[in-house]
Design a protein around this ligand. Sequence first.
Ligand SMILES: NC(=O)c1ccc[n+]([C@@H]2O[C@H](COP(=O)([O-])OP(=O)(O)OC[C@H]3O[C@@H](n4cnc5c(N)ncnc54)[C@H](O)[C@@H]3O)[C@@H](O)[C@H]2O)c1
Length: 249
Amino acid sequence: MTVSSSPSPLAGRRILITGAGSGIGKATAQLFTARAARVALVDNNLQAVTAVGDELKMPIFGCDVSNPDQVERMIPEAATALQGIDGIVNAAGIFMGGAIEDLRVHDWHRVMNINLLGPFLICRQALPALRQAASATIVNIGSIAGLQPAHGVAAYASSKAGLFMLSKCMAFEFGPTIRVNTVCPGAIETPMIQNGLTEDARARLQAANASKRLGRPEEIAEAILYLSSPASSYVNGATLVVDGGYSWR
Ligand SMILES: NC(=O)c1ccc[n+]([C@@H]2O[C@H](COP(=O)([O-])OP(=O)(O)OC[C@H]3O[C@@H](n4cnc5c(N)ncnc54)[C@H](O)[C@@H]3O)[C@@H](O)[C@H]2O)c1
């Protein structure tokens, strides 16, 4: 076996990251640029993504991933800015809680459109560019919520379960030069979870976790890096759970 002495497996790779204005997407953009990748930063929060773009000196794109017209316009612009696309990280997403009997149809559509339709639109639109790359990667950010049932998360969990299957279907249809994998985080310290978490809920989550703490966005970014790099060249259609040992308890 030969061991590569390359300084960074991501050097020169051109990666489009959605949800890059905050949390996991932002941490991924920071890690990837630190590892010499070039990234296109996509988010519908223009203020947030502008700040990340200024910090990393990378191109930004204000885009609602659930809007087909906006995605159709944005992808060619991002491909031009990066001079091609070698990879996608679909991290844009929203959380929505609520018992099934209380869920409004509008809210159901909203979470499905952002969490499931969004990655579909992004990947479909980027497919011609990805096919031009010698070896391309897609990493979709699912959730352990999509792998096991729980009370009060039906809409969110269903969107993530759908993303899990969409990833596998894409792996079949897009292979062999495009690999598609899913990272399923547990509870991670980002605005998504920090905004709604009571101290009691936090204590319960920590107690039920083998690592006895919530995760950090940087720890998810490392898993995304692995699946975006040649180090994972034979990992395809897989689901990598990164939850500190919560979901198997
Ligand atoms: N934080 C967690 O505990 C956790 C756990 C499991 C899975 N996830 C998933 O990880 C991903 C990232 O979440 P996060 O925790 O970093 O949340 P976050 O709220 O910190 O970041 C999400 C980003 O997505 C952007 N976004 C939302 N809707 C968008 C849209 N329609 N178009 C474009 N951008 C949009 C937001 O503006 C924000 O910048 C999400 O898919 C989420 O479901 C998070």
